[in-house]
Design a protein around this ligand. Structure first.
Ligand SMILES: Nc1nc2c(c(=O)[nH]1)N[C@H]1C(S)=C(S)[C@@H](COP(=O)(O)OP(=O)(O)OC[C@H]3O[C@@H](n4cnc5c(=O)[nH]c(N)nc54)[C@H](O)[C@@H]3O)O[C@H]1N2
Ligand SMILES: Nc1nc2c(c(=O)[nH]1)N[C@H]1C(S)=C(S)[C@@H](COP(=O)(O)OP(=O)(O)OC[C@H]3O[C@@H](n4cnc5c(=O)[nH]c(N)nc54)[C@H](O)[C@@H]3O)O[C@H]1N2
Ligand SMILES: [Mo]
Length: 766
């Protein structure tokens, strides 16, 4: 059976009479993910988009016609030749009238695995061929972490994605302290695909080797029960205060490593003055921290002692960056690890997000494989990715970002391929308003999700099962030949072929496709990768043999990976790429940003929304975390996701005592609401949660009803109608989904959700 790959793993595809019958786990994967099963029934189901579509009102009245806030617009099915001409015509009109900067092509999102058919790479290369586009920078995942680590360690990606391996943790760690836990549901995922799910095995090996785990999280289940972690429940958004309390206790007892701080870090004394209260008259003692984080003072003191006396690894989850002042947790965890003086030693130091993805901690050789080249972008304009609604609502407005003063461009056309802003963005009522501003919105997708229903022109793309591709990523040890196992469904085309058609219309086909067919591009990517691999002493088989066997497992590194080792061994010859060459506990750069209004060292700032908030009477903190049974909104209509719904709706987990106080029975329909909007959910009791904290997974397709006051109610349980479209700070302008307070009430007879109904589709002329 031929192989296929997704961000959630590699599978063998069983096909019967030209239809996908089943997916079977790849025989080399010790812990395959059930997420893959989601595609089996929906690949050719009723929600599949089979022909190009144009929003009826747009077709009749042209660009800038109002879009329905509830996504209930009607569509007209058209042919490829007409659709391609419409898209080319609109791109050309907008670039002539307003310049290429008026095209927003950031197109953030995960799309599918496969190195060539990566929708964003395809779109970005295409847009660069026609004069460029306004782009986006950084991620929703951890924008604040990316920006702050670049400042204090001189680089973000290598520190985030290549911490010490599971092998090294099992060998050398004594105590693993995980802020935000290490939920293994999230390690099913690896960007670009994975042939080997390693996290569960890695954690078990660590346990068997005697590693002790501390789970610091509002949810006991954030570390698997089998690891027998000590659970320290913490108020969401208060981890930095807790870390400061630990740091103070360590300093007060003289347990900090002054030699390390002196040799390897910059600006400890300024931070120490803040710790002891010299800076702002507040001593960041364990007692002070206890009052903020809701953790007993004695627990903080005992943990500080244990951390100072053990070979300690601190892990800090990505979720902690998706909240108000989300730059601070990574910064403070780094400072805390530096005080312990263990950074760069085997099994010790700091890691950014064990468990957040399978790639974090997995052993593999670091090879920069080839990708589909994108050319350079002639347009300079960009936005921090989560500022999309701000940009659309306030063209020209000034804002501060990472030390710079920027202005939002005036966007007339939005082009999205491979992401879903009506999944990923916060405050969807606000995004729906902002979504009225562009004159034209073009989307490639394969299913009628909330984004496709809100586009003007929808171009149907294939799924990976309908195209040949290669899974080849620096984050995994496997390279896999992905095979087209069924023909394209309906008239769906590969993103590359869709754009190639538009490129023909605009006279740039030669530049875009470089005279190569798709199979020639695949061979090119493989051969280039082989050359790059060889430079890192990694040998890939020749292409024919690779295609024949279908996969290749690269050998594992001889030495454990630790990005800090070289620096630890010799900070003079292997300095960090920071202004001081050292770990910047006090950041030279941040100190120079006049608009930042932040201390130049890690510090505690009270979030806008959290359980300690005096100005709010909303009783619950909502954690909208990653869904266990899917990746974001992908395949929410498939069987894996649907089987996790409760009475057809997304469950909201709540502590049973909180539920009793509200008079809720298990399985009851509830309305979750705040000043931004509301959504329906099903109450599910879970004593693993801290009281006052409720949890809903993201990913339910938006089914919005516009209420009388203009706010949206989602009948299908998308928590992003509730979350705040705020910014972490002027440093990263990252998203803050996890800083969110809500109220909950029972809700009588709900109307059924329309989320999984395709729109009304007309034929031309009717
Ligand atoms: N409240 C809250 N919100 C969050 C988060 C949170 O924790 N809480 N997490 C945030 C995070 S970390 C992230 S990364 C974002 C994720 O947000 P996204 O990455 O935007 O979410 P996906 O659902 O993966 O969107 C991918 C889209 O690409 C489409 N697609 C798949 N394959 C292809 C293809 O080959 N071609 C094309 N053209 N399309 C394809 C899918 O159908 C889907 O619509 O969400 C963010 N939003
Ligand atoms: N199955 C599956 N796996 C995924 C994804 C998916 O959609 N589905 N998405 C992938 C992506 S794009 C990303 S970026 C990663 C994200 O990985 P993470 O950011 O780690 O994921 P989350 O699920 O948002 O949060 C993890 C846990 O953090 C805890 N938490 C939330 N706020 C706080 C806080 O203030 N303090 C503390 N101490 N804990 C807190 C919550 O209890 C939550 O369960 O996951 C990846 N893995
Ligand atoms: Mo993410």
């Amino acid at each position: 059976m031929p192989l296929t790959a997704a961000h959630w793993g590699v599978y063998r595809a069983e096909v019967l009479d030209g239809r996908l019958k089943a997916l079977h786990p790849f025989e080399k994967d010790p812990d395959p993910s059930p997420i893959g099963q989601g595609i089996v029934d929906v690949i050719d189901g009723p929600l599949r988009i089979r022909t190009p579509m144009v929003r009826k009102a747009w077709l009749e009245s042209g660009p800038a016609t109002e879009r329905q806030r509830n996504g209930q617009d009607e569509f007209v099915s058209i042919g490829w030749s007409e659709a391609t001409k419409l898209v080319a015509g609109e791109l050309d009109r907008v670039r002539r009238q307003h310049g290429n900067r008026a095209i927003y092509g950031g197109s953030y999102g995960w799309s599918s695995a496969g190195r060539f058919h990566h929708a964003q790479s395809q779109l970005h290369r295409f847009l660069n061929c026609i004069g460029g586009y306004t782009r986006s920078v950084n991620s929703y995942s951890l924008a604040a972490g990316e920006v702050i680590l670049s400042r204090i360690l001189g680089d973000a990606a290598s520190f985030i994605h290549a911490p010490q391996s599971w092998h090294s943790v099992a060998e050398s760690t004594e105590l693993l302290v995980a802020f935000g836990g290490m939920p293994v549901r999230n390690s099913q995922i690896s960007a670009g695909g994975t042939g080997y799910h390693r996290t569960v095995e890695g954690l078990r090996q660590a346990r068997d080797a005697g590693v002790s785990f501390i789970n610091i999280s509002p949810n006991r289940a954030d570390v698997s029960a089998e690891l027998e972690a000590d659970w320290i429940p913490v108020r969401p958004g208060s981890d930095v205060a807790l870390m400061l309390g630990l740091a103070h206790e360590i300093q007060n007892n003289g347990w900090h490593d002054l030699d390390f701080l002196d040799r390897y870090t910059h600006g400890y004394s300024q931070f120490a003055a803040y710790l002891t209260g010299k800076t702002d008259d507040v001593v960041k003692s364990a007692e002070w921290a206890a009052g903020i984080a809701g953790v007993p003072e004695a627990t903080i003191k005992a943990l500080a002692r244990r951390m100072a006396r053990s070979r300690t690894m601190i892990s800090v989850g990505w979720a902690l960056t998706r909240q108000d002042n989300g730059e601070q947790p990574f910064w403070m965890a780094t400072a805390l690890a530096a005080m312990l003086g263990q950074i760069g030693l085997p099994g010790r130091g700091v890691a950014y997000g064990y468990g957040a993805a399978n790639s974090v901690g997995v052993e593999r050789r670091q090879v920069q494989y080839a990708a589909f080249p994108q050319f350079s972008n002639p347009v300079n304009e960009f936005i921090p990715v989560a500022r999309i609604a701000d940009m659309l609502l306030s063209p020209g407005a000034e804002y501060a970002f990472d030390g710079e003063t920027l202005h939002f461009p005036d966007i007339r056309l939005v082009y999205w391929a491979g992401g879903n802003p009506f999944h990923h963005h916060q405050d969807l009522t606000r995004l729906s308003e902002a979504w009225q501003r562009p004159e034209t919105i073009i989307v490639h997708d394969y299913c009628w999700n909330a984004l496709a229903k809100r586009a003007d022109i929808v171009l149907p793309c294939t799924t990976p099962l309908e195209r040949n591709d290669i899974m080849i990523t620096p984050r995994d040890r496997f390279v896999v030949a992905m095979k087209a196992v069924i023909p394209p469904v309906g008239q769906a085309k590969n993103d590359h072929d869709i754009l190639r058609g538009v490129a023909v219309e605009l006279g740039v086909e030669d530049r875009f496709a470089d005279g190569k067919s798709t199979d020639e591009w695949l061979a090119w990517i493989y051969e280039e990768s082989r050359v790059l691999a060889r430079k890192s002493d990694v040998v890939l088989p020749d292409y024919e043999r690779f295609l024949d066997i279908g996969w290749h497992e690269t050998d594992l590194p001889k030495d454990p990976i630790d990005v800090f080792t070289a620096f630890r061994n010799d900070p003079e010859t292997a300095p960090l790429k920071t202004p001081s060459g050292k770990i910047e506990i006090t950041s030279t750069d941040v100190a120079s940003f006049r608009k930042a209004s932040l201390f130049p060292f890690p510090a505690w700032y009270e979030p806008t929304e959290w359980l300690g908030c005096a100005s709010s009477d909303l009783p619950f903190h909502l954690i909208s975390s990653q869904p266990a049974e899917k990746l974001h909104s992908q395949l929410d209509h498939g069987r894996a996701s649907q089987s996790a719904k409760y009475m057809g709706r997304t469950p909201l987990t709540i502590h049973p005592k909180d539920a009793f106080a509200l008079g809720l029975s298990e399985g009851a329909c509830i309305r979750v609401h705040n000043s931004r909007g509301s959504c329906l959910a099903t109450a599910e009791f879970d004593a693993n949660l801290m009281r006052g904290v409720v949890q809903m997974s993201t990913g339910a397709w938006l089914d919005a009803v516009k209420m009388e006051d203009g706010r949206l109610l989602c009948r299908n349980g998308n928590p992003n109608v509730l979350t705040r479209d705020g910014r972490t700070s002027s440093l990263a302008q990252g998203p803050v989904a996890h800083s969110c307070l809500v109220a909950i009430e029972p809700y009588g007879c709900p109307d059924p959700s329309q989320a999984y109904q395709p729109p009304i589709i007309r034929k031309i002329g009717r």
